[in-house]
Design a protein around this ligand. Structure first.
Ligand SMILES: [Zn+2]
Length: 160
């Protein structure tokens, strides 16, 4: 048996003042759209904003449903919109934030959203920067979505 170690590097910023203006703008869009979330069941509004390679920014919020599994996370709301409408553009970055988290640190993406991010990153052959922000608090930045899902299920398993 061999023991193996997976490690992930990311950056933590304690203040928005440390971030590039473009990242702050993306975070602000995520905070803004989170205020329009439809989250009557979890009462946990989340916003996500995507920056494309043409400079355009799109945003989405979580959209819940009384049939709980029918709901969709903020990340997939905006990622699927962007992929549907702008399939030829690459995603440069995504910022994600939750307005009412009890955590002292930024919330992170769920497993479903990580899987979607990783596949979009692989297909576009360009890293997607992932920014997790706690309003009034710190920010985590991962330089690639793949860092969030080591050993991700991927299509190389199917090509034989
Ligand atoms: Zn999710």
């Amino acid at each position: 048996m061999n023991k193996k170690l997976l490690s992930v590097e990311y950056s933590e910023f304690v203040s928005l003042n440390e971030l590039a203006a473009a990242d702050v703008e993306l975070i602000e869009k995520a905070i803004s759209i989170a205020q329009k979330a439809y989250s009557p069941y979890s009462k946990f509004p989340v916003g996500a904003a995507v920056l494309l390679d043409n400079g355009a920014i799109y945003a989405g919020s979580n959209q819940e449903n009384i049939s709980y599994p029918a709901g969709t996370c903020a990340e997939r709301t905006v990622l699927n919109y962007v992929h549907s409408n702008y399939p030829d553009h690459k995603i440069i970055a995504i910022a994600i934030t939750a307005l009412k988290s009890n955590s002292a640190v930024p919330i992170t993406a769920c497993g479903f959203c990580r899987q979607v991010l990783v596949e979009m990153e692989q297909n576009q052959e360009k890293n997607i920067r992932v920014i997790f922000h706690k309003p009034g608090g710190s920010t985590y930045i991962f330089d690639a979505a793949s860092l969030l899902l080591p050993l991700a299920f991927n299509d190389t398993y199917l090509k034989k």
